[in-house]
Design a protein around this ligand. Structure first.
Ligand SMILES: O=c1[nH]c(=O)c2[nH]c(=O)[nH]c2[nH]1
Length: 306
């Protein structure tokens, strides 16, 4: 038994807990061409017989927080993620029953919901994150001409396949492995400029235009077999220019929300493109303007200035 006596000091350890917070785990379940996604943010917090590590630094009762992180990813593979609750129960039971000093486990889970883009068949691996994006509009008038730039931000989308990245330049600092089947995810920030400039001309139907542009950019994201996020960006812009006569210019700022395959080999598990670590930073940032041929670029390069 551990020695629970505390040192002869007037300071006694009170409530304490520890663990790994915010383990971002994405589990793809492949049902033929139809993929299912579970996207969780899992925080593990353990408590129990932890006096010694605080009083003397003895780690004899400490299951490393790093191990708790690995357990989250390994369990995603071994047991799958049926529901956040079921996954949390598995984890909590595991920590409390497998480690004698751990008396209590608190697993907090946030789940991000994904909705399919399109229906079955086409779009069976393309998703938009639930929770509506923020719609944006900027109107400028100098007494003569109008400039209307609309857009959106915080529209999170993901393709769980049909994305590759290879054939890029390699120098002595390049370590990125070529990817032939990766997750492509981004949080779309986009602006589009209307060519309506005068009161004399019929105004676009602003509501319909927004819904249609949103639809086209999502559809282009879903339909593009992507060799780079740059290519996907161009396809999204081109599709808007081709389908919406009222728009002359589109600019996108697309963070590449990297998903790294987790190495499960140390646990004797094979990761068959199923379990990913969703990294938040750093992220690639891909930005470009797509113009109607012959038109001039007017949307600022830095979208935070709009
Ligand atoms: O779609 C991508 N474009 C890049 O330019 C890039 N660079 C990188 O490291 N990964 C990716 N992915």
């Amino acid at each position: 038994m551990a020695d629970h006596s505390h040192p002869a000091r007037p300071a006694v350890l009170g409530q304490n807990q520890y663990g790994k917070a915010e383990n971002r785990v994405v589990k793809i379940t492949r049902d033929g061409a139809t993929h299912h996604v579970k996207d969780l943010n899992v925080s593990v917090s353990l408590s129990g017989d932890m006096e010694e590590v605080h009083y003397s630094g003895s780690n004899a009762h400490v299951l490393p927080t790093d191990t708790t992180k690995n357990t989250v990813y390994a369990f995603a593979k071994e047991y799958g993620i049926e529901s956040a609750e079921q996954f949390g129960i598995h984890l909590a039971r595991h920590f409390v029953t497998s480690q004698e000093p751990i008396r209590r486990a608190r697993i907090r889970i946030e789940e991000y919901a994904w909705q399919r883009i399109g229906t079955s068949g086409e779009g069976a691996h393309s998703f938009v994150r639930e929770g509506r994006e923020t719609r944006l509009a900027q109107i400028t008038y100098d007494g003569g001409t109008w400039e209307v730039v609309s857009g959106l931000k915080d529209l999170v989308v993901m393709n769980s396949t049909d994305s590759e990245f290879w054939g890029y330049v390699k120098d002595k600092y390049t370590t990125l492995p070529e990817a032939h089947d990766r997750i492509l995810a981004t949080e779309v920030s986009g602006r589009w400029r209307f060519n309506w400039t005068e009161d004399a001309r019929e105004m676009p139907d602003w509501e319909k235009s927004y819904e249609q542009i949103r639809k086209h950019l999502l559809q282009a994201f879903a339909d593009t077999y992507s060799l780079s996020l740059q290519q996907t960006l161009y396809e999204m812009g081109a599709r808007i220019i081709e389908h919406r006569d009222e728009i002359d210019e589109v600019r996108f700022s697309l963070p590449n929300k990297h998903h790294f395959l987790v190495d499960l080999e140390p646990f004797g598990l094979k990761n068959d493109n199923e379990v990913y670590l969703a990294a938040d930073r750093p992220y690639g940032l891909i930005e470009a303007t797509v113009l109607r041929d012959g038109c001039e670029a007017r949307i600022p390069v830095d979208l935070t200035n709009l």
